[in-house]
Design a protein around this ligand. Sequence first.
Ligand SMILES: [Mg+2]
Length: 415
Amino acid sequence: MKITDIRPTTVTVPLEAPLRHANGCHWGRFVRTIIEVETDEGLIGLGEMGGGGESAEAAFRAMKKYLVGHDPTRLEELRFLIANPTASLYNNRTQILAALEFACLDILGQKWGVPISEILGGRLRDRVPFASYLFFRYPHPETGAGEVRTAEQLVAHAKELKERYGFTSHKLKGGVFPPEYELECYRALASALNGDRFRFDPNGVWSTETAIWFGLQIEDIRNDYLEDPVFGMAGMRRVREKVLMPLATNTVVVNFEQLAANVLDTAVDVILLDTTFWGGIRPCVKAAGVCDTFQLGVAVHSSGELGIQLATMLHLGAVIPNLSFAADAHYHHLADDIIAGGKFQYENGFIAVPKGPGLGVKLDYDKLSGYQELHKRLGPYPYDQDPLRPGWTPTIPNDRWADPRDGRRPTNVLL
Ligand SMILES: [Mg+2]
């Protein structure tokens, strides 16, 4: 079998409301690049990457001179072909490799008539648990709905998500407001949903001392872990000396070199595996094996996904024995998806692993072209900018917090 074509399509899919985070904001929509890899046997494999536009599409088209004629089932060779370690110093293609690996695995699964999870060792579970992934949110620019800024709004939002989707683990994305204010919100959440589990993630923007202080304030809560309280393994190591709960990261252990460093001098207890950041599903399975050997915890990270990437997360979650915690997904914040049959459904906090061959998802081409048009109309948005704080940039450690009394609605966010 040979690859005959690679087609990238940039899409923009609306979110329920703009999601605020420590380094900026998702401005009411996700921009993703959808990849179709076609073969001479008529099979089409699907991939997905964050971001998009002309440069991302050009980067994928440039891979055609490497991959047209290549056998898509030679996955290990694919890695060296487009992302060998020395060449990567000049052209980091990890995320491009990931999207192409998804597509090639999808092709292999279709060829063999089995889901990807069966290729990766066979599923240990038919459904993967997810956490609620709560964000502080701006109101929807048109309807004014969906704001999460106060503790009351946060608790109401979490209760609504629990009611609708069945979550029993709740992640709060912080690093937006002063740490004292976010502590109040986190404690209100834990108190309102007593009996559930919780995790907090300020995306590495605190000082080490703030991280230790915050960690000590939440030791009575049933924490899964404290995620990336500071940026850097030395800081994580210092926090870990002082607080009792596990520390997790999706930031400072995102490749095998860093994983080796963390094994030799442990700074982080739980490694959050991202199928994009690690360069594919298979590297995540390998990394989970290393974590298994050294008794580190593992969970599945979300870098903002549509249904194709969510399928990669589900197949990963299905096959790793040491999935110690519920996975994260931004997915429930999306208003729609580009896969056939509509969005994946949560049931009692779980999503079923697709049973069809390969990834088990197909494109809805009407939606693909509709959201391609939306991208053409709206263009990109800056992930590292806040629509209501022009010129603001957070330092690390940060002290330029947003004001929790500021209830403005962004009107410069096009939807
Ligand atoms: Mg994180």
